[in-house]
Design a protein. Sequence first.
Length: 159
Amino acid sequence: MTPAAQDLIDFVVAEARLIDERRFPEWLELFSEDGIYWMPLEPDQEEEHLTTSLMYEDMLLLRTRVQRLEGQRTFSQKPKSRCQHLLQVPSVDEINHDENLYRTYTPFHYVETRFDEQTLLAGWARHRLCVIEGNLKIKCKRVDLVNCDAPHRNIQLFV
């Protein structure tokens, strides 16, 4: 597969839909084995290892969180949290077939709700993608919140 810009845009939109539909095991399959889900704590944060982040999850942590969200004994998810992504059309920032590197940038609004609490988050998602065995995979999904440095309640799902 040699992805075109529309393939990258479609991938980002489909990824958000999997989260909105609580299809977390399928969503997890979109990541490469060394994939990372990162939510920086500071505006314009460049370093993920030496600075605290809101989330920095490798595949082990992502699998653990998906198992928790899918579990029958996860009482903090009774009733289950629900969410909705409202995406601006993703921009394709880079298509580099030679290096197997593809980057997108997507402004979003995200709503998460459980019981009578509703949380609205806004920000930008940056996907760094590659092709593995003919399929697009997420190497890194970076989610920058507009108010990343503000106090936040628990974010239960995936922005």
